[in-house]
Design a protein around this ligand. Structure first.
Ligand code: HEC
Length: 204
């Protein structure tokens, strides 16, 4: 009987020992991650990592929903990758609609590409975010930061406010590394020459 007990307790001990051993590396991994996270803030991330993170953020934040012209697919409109993030395509005719529906201020109208938007604010056109001269090619990070956090056209302090539906107020508290990552990614994509039409204030 005693022997059985001993054998059983030995088994329990070895299980405990095994569990302990198994736990140790887990804790070590967690500690390493924490250190890595703390380090990442201090150390400048590599350019490739920033571009990757920027691509991820631009995707999950849906910038292309407005900033990319669309192509029709069996699933509905999808970003046209040849003109990715190049804003409202100025070479495509705008099309017409009954402007009287805007008068009441009750309706907002999107064009079929979801790049031109009419509403109580007038008519706005999604900007060209590619690194072409007609996009953000000559922009500094400070300009981008000002556009994104303060909603200023071209990121210039004295310029007009950015109009809906650009949701810049959602980006005010974005972590600085993320803002830089998005900028790095946008600077890395294919430049597309496209002068987006100017904003049209509401008819009096
Ligand atoms: C719901 C539509 C929509 C979404 C989503 C959106 N934007 Fe915009 N964005 C616009 C429109 C429209 C304008 C032009 C506003 C104007 O001219 O007043 C604009 C303007 C901008 C500008 C200013 C360009 C300039 O020339 O001043 C920047 C920068 C910008 N968007 C970046 C982004 C980024 C980056 C994202 C994703 C994180 C994003 N936008 C998401 C619609 C959108």
């Amino acid at each position: 009987m005693k022997l059985v007990y001993l054998a059983a307790s030995a088994a329990v001990w070895s299980i405990c020992a095994f569990t302990k051993q198994a736990e140790t590396p887990k804790t070590a991994v967690l500690t390493n991650l924490a250190v890595a996270t703390a380090d990442q803030k201090a150390v400048v991330v590599s350019k490739e990592d920033a571009v990757k993170r920027g691509e991820y953020l631009v995707t999950i934040m849906g910038c292309a929903d407005c900033h990319a012209p669309k192509k029709m697919t069996p699933q509905g409109p999808a970003p046209d990758m040849d003109r990715f993030l190049s804003g409202h395509n100025s070479s495509q005719p705008l099309g017409t609609f009954d402007k009287s529906i805007l008068k009441t201020g009750e309706w907002v109208v999107f064009n079929g590409q979801s790049t031109a938007f009419a509403g109580p604010w007038g008519m706005s056109f999604a900007a060209n975010l590619t690194p072409d001269a007609t996009g953000i090619g000559s922009w500094s990070f400070e300009q981008f930061n000002t556009a994104m956090r303060k909603g200023k056209f071209k990121g210039l302090e004295n310029s007009r406010p950015l109009m809906p539906p650009m949701p810049w107020f959602n980006y005010v508290n974005m972590a600085d590394e993320d803002m830089r990552a998005i900028f790095a990614y946008l600077k890395s994509i294919k430049p597309v020459s496209n002068v987006v039409p100017s904003y049209i204030p509401p008819a009096p």
